[in-house]
Design a protein around this ligand. Structure first.
Ligand code: B12
Length: 268
């Protein structure tokens, strides 16, 4: 069955690496087996079921999101979650081949504080990115009643990654001796972990937390703006991108027409 995983990963990479997506396998038992996790978050699949955590690299905005906006009817996209729609659009290229799967989108909530998938936990148990949480800081000094959000840090891209969701292969079972992976602990010191969680919780929009380790790639200024904005501000940003590609489409059409004219006159 490990051969099947290799084939699945190769198909994923061939279809989706070029758009900034990567995938990391895990067995459902690695996620459901976390003793300190509330059981209401358990995934309803048998222990050895194969799942893939999908990671969106920092250049996904340039490679996937912007071209997607150019291809789409912007008014329709703005009625939904544009990032989720974009992820699903590209992941469909993979699902065309592997339709016997469920997609647990990061954006799907069953209630307040109850996402269908704890995406950061999934990133951690698949070895993709270490999910640093308050419990990773011994004897912390934050007020006991203060909620401290954690963040998953990717070994190559730091905090510049998003997690679109998890793909579950309902009928692909991993061998029962499949070992759960541990992600690289790239923020090993208590001081750095405190710094990371403070930056995530007190000042996330400065994106300083994302550079907690040296990274290979990070967001462009436009991607930063998009992922920091909500509501009307975000919609305006996407409409501007859409207008820009509309302009490009017209310029390309004019150039094509001029080339045709040139070739016709050249004959005479
Ligand atoms: C609701 C939500 C928000 C809310 C609340 C934040 C939060 N973290 O809860 C708000 C609106 C504030 C928010 C803001 C942001 N968010 Co947000 N958010 C979510 C969302 C949709 C659900 C989170 C949630 O409610 N979890 C439920 C709680 C209970 O889970 P938990 O705290 O992790 O607790 C569980 C674990 O501790 C686990 N557990 C227990 N023991 C152990 C032991 C181990 C070893 C492990 C691994 C796990 C584990 O069990 C617990 C449950 O019982 C997730 C997507 C998703 N589906 O996960 C994105 C997500 C967390 N957000 C994300 C991002 C990027 C942001 C922003 C930067 C905004 C943005 N536009 O990009 C800001 C950052 C602000 C901040 N201070 O964190 C990313 C994080 C990516 C990453 N690399 O970690 C996610 C994954 C979305 C995505 N598509 O990538 N967000």
């Amino acid at each position: 069955m490990l051969g099947a995983v290799v084939t699945i990963l190769a198909a994923f990479n061939a279809a989706l690496n070029q758009y900034g997506y990567e995938a990391h396998p895990f067995a459902v038992k690695c996620y459901n087996g976390i003793k300190t996790m509330d059981t209401k978050f358990h995934l309803n699949y048998s222990d050895n079921t194969l799942a893939l955590t999908v990671i969106a690299a920092p250049d996904m905005f340039e490679k996937a999101m912007k071209p997607f906006i150019c291809k789409s009817d912007i008014d329709e996209i703005l009625k939904k979650s544009p990032t989720d729609e974009c992820n699903k659009y590209y992941l469909q290229k993979f699902w065309d081949k592997y339709s016997d799967t469920d997609f647990l989108s990061s954006y799907k909530m069953l209630g307040l504080g109850h996402p269908v998938i704890l995406s950061q936990t999934a990133a951690h148990v698949s070895g993709a990115a270490y999910y640093y949480q308050r419990k990773d800081v011994p004897e912390d000094t934050w007020p006991a009643n203060k909620t401290i959000y954690g963040f998953a840090i990717h070994p190559r891209y730091g905090g510049w990654v998003r997690i679109p969701g998890v793909i579950v292969f309902k009928n692909v079972m991993l061998p029962s001796n499949f070992t759960c992976l541990t992600p690289p602990d790239v923020v090993p010191t208590v001081e750095k972990r405190i710094q990371l969680l403070n930056e995530v919780n007190n000042d996330w929009s400065s994106w300083k937390f994302a550079d907690i380790i040296p990274v290979e790639k990070k967001y462009t200024p436009e991607a930063k703006k998009y992922f920091s904005s909500y509501g009307e501000q975000r919609d305006k940003l996407l409409k501007d991108i859409s207008k820009r590609c509309y302009r490009w489409k017209i310029i390309r059409l004019i150039l094509k027409y001029l080339k045709k004219l040139y070739l016709r006159f050249k004959k005479y």
